[in-house]
Design a protein around this ligand. Structure first.
Ligand code: BGC
Ligand code: NOJ
Length: 812
């Protein structure tokens, strides 16, 4: 049967083109690269915020709405009796043509109706605190068109959490000002806030509305606002209730005529003593200045060209040319793009993350770094310092921090014992990419306390120590609240459905709960740490940690092997988890991934057996599930993992994030065919067609979870965009499959490919050098035979770093 299709890739423009607005789920994009951000769906739904989706929400959004994805930036066009929107929603008037192009930090939505085309380009210009909406109207008919245009944005009262809770207050605080074609939102500016927002259009307006109920009507909806239906603004001035911003513009278009309008949603901060121009009147100087920078089509086009150029440069840092378009488009475009998005947002704001629950995750952000560090190393550097500044003096870590304040989040606290290791992981990736060892000398505080600063290197050291000071009865790492798997809560016992599994009491007295995942992670990062110490001439420290790593390897071999795979953990009472002896959850993916990456027991055949067991027990049509068999009942001693129905999330879902761990394990073991087949199963471009309807979520990015083989509907995707999968897919393909690995002294070449791979070229900018590296696999899965650098054969597999342009030929 022909699959229904909702869109396709356009590689030339680096866009995903959606041709039917009724996608199986809103397919979204992200705008903004540094401070001002927006989420935008394919029907123009979504919202904007400044830095922090919780504390500085600029426009309002209602999650889990009916209908889905209601509210956003809407343009209503009234042409005679017909009212329509370029993005189809909210009026849902059938369009003669619809298209949404999601590109690199921009989205262009085009609709046509009755001879009028309306195309809106949405983007956030570089370094600007504003979203541009450039609306281009074209009369494609033979008659003169008299159009009435109504814009629409709904303000959020800044704190996205209280905005949806505290109505007894909120309905009395809303305030706006109107000046010419600009509507200012200034709720709470009279008291402690020093920021406001505005919505501007670069043309005189013939009216406006700022009060939601006046504009929409109490018994109307976004789909039929009374003002639009009547074709007449009411010039309402909001006091309390729900302030909005709507411009009313009359437009006449001759046949063939085109007009551009530039709308600007901006954000401004003022110094305390500069807040007011007159009593009760906000100081609009900065807003005027921002508007002046973006008030013509030419200025906007220039800003857009700069944004495109910025992305060209970023993506050109790593480009591959293989015989496989589907691979190239993920590596060259979408995987790298998703890595920037996860770096920016961690797990905070998506259509599955409300932006109010979580800030930046400690482990999440460290992992995101490996997908991003090659793009803008200076931002990665700052991120590492920010993250490390939330660490505690004993090496433990706040599990999350708020991007606005950069302070650790007390609601969630600490006690996740894998967290410290990730700081080592992220920092080493940064140094290998940049060669910048000076980051290790940066003075970094604990818990943001001035006066507590020690070097970043000290932070890494206490991170290692945190693991070895918290070992359990088998000399394996104690798990704490949880390790990477937030849902394996072995010390948090809960019968109260109103408490969170993550923050409920953490019984650490007498616990025997140990993690094989942390053990593997410790060995991998520990070996990197030892190599770093050697590089720095810290021989004694290198030896000390090598012993700890060796001891951990022994502990895993002795107490962490189940015969066919690595155990997952020991519970509070010291009973095995992830063992053949268990009734359910006999095998887990995380420890297979980390212990094979660490090559623990490789010589004894453990690695090969573990990888085979992943294929045998975890693999299914859509990828590898997290555990098998799935838990069919709640287990008090295990926590949240067993709270999910079979096949979903951490209970035997395909948690895409950890599939790459096994794939890397396969690559290290040299099993290129297996690595590739696992990789292709979760590569969006490979499953694009199959998943248009089954998978539901965006086919251009990875999602966190695809329902596993035990699920009611295997293959359904959820939690798109904000997932560590992005960075791990990137790390896997760029470094382990294609085999281009940044290292302290140069680039290590070590591909692991399927036998069928043909020659390919990677163009890689690395520090101040450019390398064009052509690999000739010759049917081999692994093993570099010879490297020729600029015409000279070299010894070994590391291309020594030197500035300039270099041509490299690699024979396998
Ligand atoms: C989810 C996890 C997540 C955790 C964070 C759980 O409900 O299943 O994936 O990491 O919440 O709080
Ligand atoms: C999502 C969380 O953001 C991440 O930190 C965690 O490792 C995974 N879920 C697995 O539980």
């Amino acid at each position: 049967m022909e699959q229904k299709r909702y869109g396709h890739f356009d590689d030339l423009h680096r866009e995903y083109v959606i041709t039917d607005p009724q996608t199986p789920w809103p397919w979204i994009n992200y705008l903004g690269n540094e401070d001002f951000f927006s989420l935008i769906s394919n029907t123009a739904g979504g919202y904007s915020f400044y830095k922090d989706a919780k504390f500085r929400r600029i426009t309002r959004y209602r999650y889990n709405n009916v209908p889905m994805d209601n509210g956003g930036r809407y343009f209503y066009l009234k042409d005679g009796d017909t009212v329509w929107n370029p993005g189809w929603k909210p009026c849902k008037t059938p369009l003669d043509f619809y298209e949404c192009r999601h590109g690199m930090s921009y989205t262009r939505i085009t609709g046509r109706k009755n001879g009028v085309e309306a195309s809106v380009l949405f983007f956030v210009p570089l370094k600007k605190w504003a979203e541009v909406q450039k609306l281009t109207l074209t009369n494609q008919s033979n008659e003169v068109k008299q159009l009435k245009l109504f814009s629409f944005e709904e303000w959020c009262l800044w704190n996205a959490a209280t905005d949806m809770e505290n109505f007894q207050r909120n309905f009395s605080t809303g305030e706006v000002e109107i000046e010419d074609s600009t509507i200012y939102h200034k709720t709470e500016y009279r008291e402690r806030r020093n920021h406001y927002a505005f919505y501007h259009v670069n043309t005189p307006i013939q009216g406006f509305d700022t009060d939601r109920e006046t504009f929409i009507g109490l018994y109307n909806e976004f789909a039929d606002p009374q003002v639009v239906m009547e074709g007449k603004p009411r010039n309402s001035h909001a006091h309390g209730w729900s302030p909005i911003a709507s411009h009313y513009i009359e437009i006449t278009l001759k046949p063939g005529e085109t007009k551009d309008l530039v709308f600007l949603l901006g954000y401004v901060e003022n110094e305390q003593d500069q807040k007011f121009a007159a009593p009760q009147v906000i100081n609009k100087e900065k807003a005027h200045a921002l508007i002046a920078e973006l008030d013509t089509t030419e200025k906007v086009d220039k800003a857009f060209a700069e944004l495109c150029d910025y992305w060209d440069k970023l993506l050109n840092i790593y480009q591959v040319k293989t015989a496989n378009d589907k691979l190239d488009r993920m590596v060259n475009i979408w995987n790298q793009y998703q890595c920037m998005v996860t770096f920016n947002f961690s797990r905070s704001a998506s259509f599955f993350e409300s932006g109010i629950g979580r800030g930046m995750g400690f482990r999440d952000s460290n992992q995101d770094l490996v997908g991003f560090v090659h793009q803008i190393p200076s931002r990665a550097r700052q991120r590492i310092i920010d993250i490390a500044s939330t660490q505690f003096p004993d090496g433990g870590c706040y599990h999350q921090y708020q991007p606005l304040t950069k302070r650790g989040n007390n609601d969630i606290g600490g006690g996740f014992n894998d967290d410290p290791c990730w700081l080592i992981f992220g920092t080493i990736a940064y140094i290998k990419e940049t060669g910048d060892f000076s980051i290790l000398d940066e003075m970094v505080p604990f818990d943001n306390q001035p006066g507590s600063e020690v070097t970043l290197f000290e932070h890494l050291k206490i991170s290692m120590d945190h693991v070895i000071k918290n070992l359990g009865p088998h000399m394996l790492p104690l798990i704490g609240r949880a390790d990477w798997n937030d849902c394996l809560n072995l010390n948090c016992f809960s019968w109260d459905p109103n408490e969170s599994f993550q923050t409920t009491e953490n019984v650490s007295e007498g616990t025997k709960a140990e993690s094989l995942m942390i053990a593997g992670l410790f060995v991998v990062t520990g070996e990197d740490y030892v190599a770093l110490c050697q590089k720095l001439g810290k021989t004694a420290e290198a030896e000390r940690m090598q012993q700890a790593v060796d001891a951990m390897i022994e502990a895993v071999k002795k107490h962490g092997w189940d015969g066919e795979w690595y155990l997952r953990a020991y519970d509070f009472y010291g009973r095995k988890i992830g063992s053949n002896e268990c009734e359910e959850g006999k095998i887990f993916i995380e420890s297979q991934g980390w212990c094979t990456m660490a090559e623990i027991g490789a010589d004894d055949g453990m690695v090969a057996k573990s990888l085979d067991s992943c294929k045998k027990y975890l693999e299914c049509e859509h990828g590898m599930v997290l555990n098998n068999p799935a838990f069919t009942k709640y287990i008090y001693e295990y926590g949240e993992i067993s709270s999910y129905p079979e096949g979903y999330k951490e209970n035997a879902g395909i948690f895409c994030h950890n599939n790459p761990w096994v794939i890397i394990g396969e690559c290290i073991a040299g099993r290129g065919n297996d690595a590739w087949s696992h990789y292709a199963k979760i590569l969006p471009s490979y499953v694009e067609e199959k998943y248009q309807t089954l998978h539901k979520v965006e086919p251009y990015v990875n999602c966190q979870m695809v329902a596993g083989k035990d699920a009611f509907r295997p293959g359904e995707g959820k939690n798109s965009w904000l997932t560590g999968t992005a960075a791990w897919m990137w790390y896997t393909v760029s470094e382990f499959i294609l085999g281009i690995k940044p290292d302290y002294d140069g680039i290590r070449i070590d591909p692991c490919l399927p036998e069928t791979a043909s020659d390919y070229t990677v163009s890689r900018k690395f520090r101040e050098a450019d390398y064009d590296i052509t690999i000739h696999p010759n049917g081999s899965q692994k093993g570099v035979k010879q490297i020729v650098l600029d015409g000279q054969a070299i010894d070994g597999t590391v291309i020594p770093y030197s500035k300039g342009h270099h041509v490299v030929e690699v024979t396998m």
